[in-house]
Design a protein around this ligand. Sequence first.
Ligand SMILES: Nc1ncnc2c1ncn2[C@@H]1O[C@H](COP(=O)(O)OP(=O)(O)O)[C@@H](O)[C@H]1O
Ligand SMILES: [Mg+2]
Length: 259
Amino acid sequence: MAIIKKFRITTFKKQINKILLKNISLSYNKRQVLEDISLSFREGEICGLLGPNGVGKSTLFNIIVGLIKPDYGNVSINGKNVTNIPIYERALNFKLSIVPQSGGVFSELTCVNNLIAVGQVTHKDKNLINFKVEKMVSKFSLDAVKNLKAKYLSGGQRKKLCIAMALMSDPKIILMDEPFQGLDIMSTKDLQETITNLQTEDSTRCCIISDHAARDLLAICDRAIILANKKIIAEGSPSELMNNKNAKQIYFGDAFKLS
Ligand SMILES: Nc1ncnc2c1ncn2[C@@H]1O[C@H](COP(=O)(O)OP(=O)(O)O)[C@@H](O)[C@H]1O
Ligand SMILES: [Mg+2]
């Protein structure tokens, strides 16, 4: 896989934290999944959240958006403690969007009506909503299926619709949970370009993307964090991670190469 990103943020002039997690712990039915996790996601970066299946990536995303409350620890967005703030307030006040790992669309609505439905939450002007819907349909090559109910879309098309829906609100923070899952090679490349363009269009936007396999994600992120065994085991630029002993031993293995 070729490296898609033309530049990488290697030093952040001002490291402004968009999201700060402090000492997060969470158990499901007494089984601990996350233990004392502290980390930040910064303004302007594309940050990868990597880790094997079942390690807690989706759980961490759900904690950030407010679907799950951690047992311990705090979540701050733009410097404000939001641990007790509900999902919709986080979404609206901080322009936070999520592309969930599965679901995320209204199956009985057409693509266009799915886009309109989420557009109406954040925008009042009908013309603006219609303009944005057309833009998304074209950006994600959904023209041929725009009037099809979402339940009839292929997995990849549904994923694209989900991402388009998340972008309708012009998010300042966007979390994508395994967006490459189920995409074919060309669609993967298109999505990688779409994500890097999100950064170019708005240099203060923060994109956080999870993936259980590293290659598609490391090609586009400035920084990545690896979760394993309830903890963060490594953090850094893709090349730093490739040389990280912990990351190699616990996550990548010896044979893994970036290109
Ligand atoms: N609601 C739940 N109840 C009990 N266990 C759960 C629940 N959600 C997730 N888990 C478990 O927590 C672990 C982490 O899940 P998840 O965050 O979905 O991992 P990942 O996204 O990294 O694959 C997994 O072992 C999963 O089975
Ligand atoms: Mg997951």
